[in-house]
Design a protein around this ligand. Sequence first.
Ligand code: NAD
Length: 452
Amino acid sequence: MKLCVIGTGYVGLVAGTCFAESGNDVICVDIDEAKIAALRKAVVPIYEPGLEELIRRNINEARLTFTTDLAAAVKTSEICFIAVGTPEGADGAADLTAVLAVAKSIGQAMDGYRIVVCKSTVPVGTADKVRAAIRAVTKHDFAVISNPEFLKEGAAVEDFMKPDRVVIGGDDEHALECMRTLYSPFVRTENPILAMDNRSAEMTKYAANAFLATRISFVNEIANLCERVGADVAEVRRGMGSDRRIGHHFLFPGVGYGGSCFPKDVQAIIRTAHENGLDFPLLNSVEEVNEKQKKLLVEKVVRRFGEDLKGRCFAIWGLAFKPRTDDMREAPAIVIIEELLRRGAKIEAHDPEALNEARKHFNDRISYHRLNYDALQDVDALLIVTDWNEFRRPDFSRMRSLMKAPVIFDGRNLYEGDVMRQHEFEYYPIGRTAVGGDAAKAGPKTAAKAAR
Ligand SMILES: NC(=O)c1ccc[n+]([C@@H]2O[C@H](COP(=O)([O-])OP(=O)(O)OC[C@H]3O[C@@H](n4cnc5c(N)ncnc54)[C@H](O)[C@@H]3O)[C@@H](O)[C@H]2O)c1
C-alpha cells in the first residue's frame, strides 16, 4: 500500500517506519524542516530502541522517504495518517489545532478517494470534526478512521510490531477492510483487530490510559499507607498482583507518572466529562495523588536534611519520565529538581539518554554527567528517579567511596534493604522499610514498627 504519515514524532515515526518494514511505501511528513533533513540522512531525533536500524534499512530499500511537502505526499498516498501532537490546552482539553490544520491540508491536496486515519490521541467527536474540515475543502469521497495508538515509549517498535490489539473505528467498510489488510502482518499471533465506531475507538484510548494512571496512583497510595503501618509494598504488590483479576502490570509504586500521554489524557477525559455534564471524581483524585507523589522524594530529603538545603549537593540518577527514552515531558525529575534548587541545593544529574533534553529545561542551573558514578562525587545523597536497568546492580563500594555520605533516596525501589544494610547505606525506598541512620526521620513507618 502507499501511505503517508503526517507528524514524525514518537508515534508517527515509529508507525511510518514499521509500516515500511512490512513492505508498504511510506512517506513521513513533518513541518519541522531540520527534523526531516536529519531523517533523510537516517539521523533520528529521538531515542527509541531499535528504531534507527529500521529507519536506515527502509530508507536504503527505498520504502521510506521523508518530506515537508504534505500536498505531494497526499497525492501519491491511498491512506493518510494524522499523527501530530495533541497537547493539553489551557482548559485541560486536548488542543486539536494541528490535527484540524492537517485535515484541512489533506482535503485541499486530495485528488480522489482517500482514507484519512486519525492516529493522534483525540477526544470523542474529533473524527466528525476531521470529516467536516476535509468536507469543507473537497468534493472527493473520503473515509475517516480512528486508529488510536497504544505503543509505549521505550518499547515503541516492539509494541507497534506486536500490538496487544489494534483498534479501528469507522463506518466505511472498504476503509475498515484496508486497515485490516494493512495491520494483518502485525497480528499474526492472533491478537485482535477490533473494529468499532469512531467514538468508541476514540474513547477506548482515553479509557485505557486513564485506567493505567489510576492503577499507578492507587498503588502509590497503598505504598504511602504501607510506610505508615510498617507493611512492605513489594510484598503487598506481589500478593495483590497474583490475583488474575488484578495482574502484576502497572502496580509499581514510585515518584508518580509523567510523560506526554498520561497527564494530558487524564486531563482531557476529565474535560470531556465536564463538557458533557459529568464530574469524574475518581480521575480528579488520580491526578491529585500523582501531583503529591512527585513531591514525595523531596519530602523525604527534607525530613532527613531539613527545610533549608543550602550548601547541600544531591546526585540525581534518571531524568527521563521512564527508562529507555529521552523524553522528559512532564517528567517527575523536573518537579523534584526544581524543588531541590528552590531550597538552595546543588544538583549533579545523570541520565543515559535524556541529558540533552534536560539541558533545555535547566540550562546551567544544574551539572550534567554522562557517566552515573561521575555524578556522585562529594554528594550528600543520591536520588534515584528513573528505573533505568543500568542502575539496578551498581558497584556500591565505589558509590560509597565517592559520596560524602552513603545516603540513597530510591524513588523506584531498585534495591533490597538487606543489601543496603550490608553495604552500610542509609536507604529510603517507597512504601518499604527504610534502612540505617535515623530512619524515622525520613519516614513515619519506623515509629509504627517501634510501637508494636
Ligand atoms: N508519545 C507516545 O508515547 C504516544 C503514545 C500513544 C499516542 N500518542 C499520541 O500520538 C500523538 C503524537 O504524539 P507524539 O508523542 O508522537 O508527538 P510529538 O510531539 O513527538 O510529535 C508530533 C510531530 O508532529 C509534527 N507536527 C506538528 N504540527 C504539524 C503539522 N501541521 N504538519 C506536519 N507535522 C506537524 C511536529 O513537528 C512533531 O514532529 C499525540 O496525540 C499523542 O497523544 C503518543
